[in-house]
Each structure stands twice: as C-alpha cells, then as structure tokens.
Write a protein that binds this ligand. Structure first.
Ligand SMILES: [Zn+2]
Ligand SMILES: [Zn+2]
Ligand SMILES: [Zn+2]
Length: 264
C-alpha cells in the first residue's frame, strides 16, 4: 500500500529575507510575490519546496504552519490568535486564510539529496527562515530585531524538494516523417530564463562522422510542470543522429539533458 500525503509545490527561499514564501501567484500581477521585509516582493532562489499539509502531527513533523495571506510567508500559528507574529505588510501580523492548507512540516530528520536542513522558526516574526548561511547572515526580520533568530532548543526543520526533472526527445521523423525533434519534459520549474544547447553528429560525404554543436542560447522559461511538447528544437536533417539537448536553469545552473536514439 502506498500512502500519499497531499502537498503543495512552489514554496521558495527568498534571497532577500531568507523566509520560505509561496510563489504560486508569481504571474498574477503587482505584489504577486508577497511582501518582503527587505522591501517590495520576495525573490526566489534555489529549490522548489513541496510542503506537506493536512496530516497529523508526529514526533518529527510539526503542525500549525500556515500561509500568510498578506506577506505570503510560511508562519507558525500554534500560539493562538493573539500571537500571530509580525508581518511586514500593513496588516502588522500574519493571518491565515480559514480555508487554506494547514501545513505539517518535518523536523529533526536527516538531510538528503531531496530534503534541505537548517530551516528554523524565527522567535521574533514567527516565519520559517533559512539559517544555513551562518550567524552573520540570517536574513531580514520585519521586527525591530532586524534579523531572524532561532531558539537554540527549538525544532530544526528539514524541507522536502522532491522534484525529479525529466526530459526526453520525440523524433517526429519516426512518427510522421517530418524532420522535427520535439523536446518534452516534466517535474521541473525553472527560476529564470532557460539556457539551452544541442549537439549532434552526421555522416559526411567523406564517410567520416562529423560533430556539430550549438552553444548555449537563452529562451523563455519553460514551465515543465505539465507534460507536453515544450518547443520544436529544429527542423532536423534526418541524417543527423546522436542528438543531445541540454538545458539549464538560468539562475541556479541546475540542468538536465535529453537525447535521441540513432536515426535510421
Ligand atoms: Zn523576502
Ligand atoms: Zn505575513
Ligand atoms: Zn524574523
């Protein structure tokens, strides 16, 4: 039996304040990235965290974490309505939506390739923030304290980012006879403009294999949250083979590649 826990992606680290904030409204106009204590909206960097919600609290997962409808930060509401922390928005204190997801966040478990440690509860503003850059670099707290601060005896949170990007090429020459190579993918949410490049081989008239390569070029961010044809790479000569496409997140450098089987 597989037990699946519901979760929500698009939770991000803000490079300006170090808070965990929800970036799922990023394309919906002004203030769509919330209110950052460092001014204007939050700015994402790094992993796309996938936050579990709705489950029961356990010895290694704490309940009562909420999305703030004003600043978009993840904050702890477990001290009750009179103690909601400090929000950098005009509301002054964080507020959860009554119908929103209630997050249950892992803590004091091992860091893994898809779980990042060194996330903490700020005792001043009640947000979740990243403390991994060390004591002199704790981000920006909206309280007079100025920087976020963890309690030394508090839970140390470990956030899941189980994104497993996949990419593959579909050779239309084998399907419909035209020359297009389609790049498809899913499970990846780039942070910025995607840089992509391709390489290939082809048989020359002299019978020798030649190599071709196009250096990295920029393209618009590819939303690979859904499977589908992302773009047509090029109208390929059917004689080309061993085609490899590489693409990289323009901000983090995180990348992946896809290749075709040899054409016949
Ligand atoms: Zn921020
Ligand atoms: Zn808030
Ligand atoms: Zn704080």
């Amino acid at each position: 039996m597989v037990i699946t826990v519901p979760d929500q992606n698009d939770w991000r680290f803000c490079i300006k304040c170090h808070e965990l904030f929800y970036n799922g409204y990023k394309d919906s106009g002004p203030r769509s990235t919330g209110v950052c204590p460092a001014g204007e909206g939050h700015v994402q960097k790094g992993f796309n965290f996938v936050m579990p919600y709705g489950g029961a609290e356990t010895a290694t997962a704490q309940a009562n974490w909420d999305y703030c409808v004003h600043c978009y930060a993840m904050f702890f509401s477990g001290y009750g309505p009179e103690k909601m922390g400090v929000c950098p928005s005009p509301a002054g204190k964080h507020e959860a939506h009554p119908d929103a997801f209630r997050f249950v966040i892992p803590h004091d478990v091992a860091e893994t390739p898809t779980m990042q440690a060194r996330w903490d509860f700020c005792v001043h503003c009640f947000t979740m923030f990243f403390s991994g850059y060390g004591p002199g670099n704790m981000g920006k707290c909206p309280t007079p304290h100025g920087v976020h601060e963890a309690h030394p005896d508090a839970y140390r949170f470990v956030l899941p980012h189980p994104i497993r990007p996949k990419a593959w090429l579909e050779d239309q020459h084998l399907i419909s006879g035209d020359g297009d190579i389609h790049l498809l993918g899913d499970g990846w949410t780039p942070n910025a403009v995607v840089r992509w490049a391709y390489s290939y081989e082809y048989p020359g008239l002299d019978g020798v294999r030649h190599n071709g390569f196009a250096d990295f070029a920029d393209t618009e961010p590819l939303n690979t949250g859904d499977s589908g044809s992302l773009f047509t790479v090029w109208d390929a000569d059917p004689k080309w083979f061993n085609i490899v496409v590489q693409f990289k997140d323009g901000q983090t450098g995180e990348g992946l590649s896809a290749s075709t089987r040899q054409r016949v």
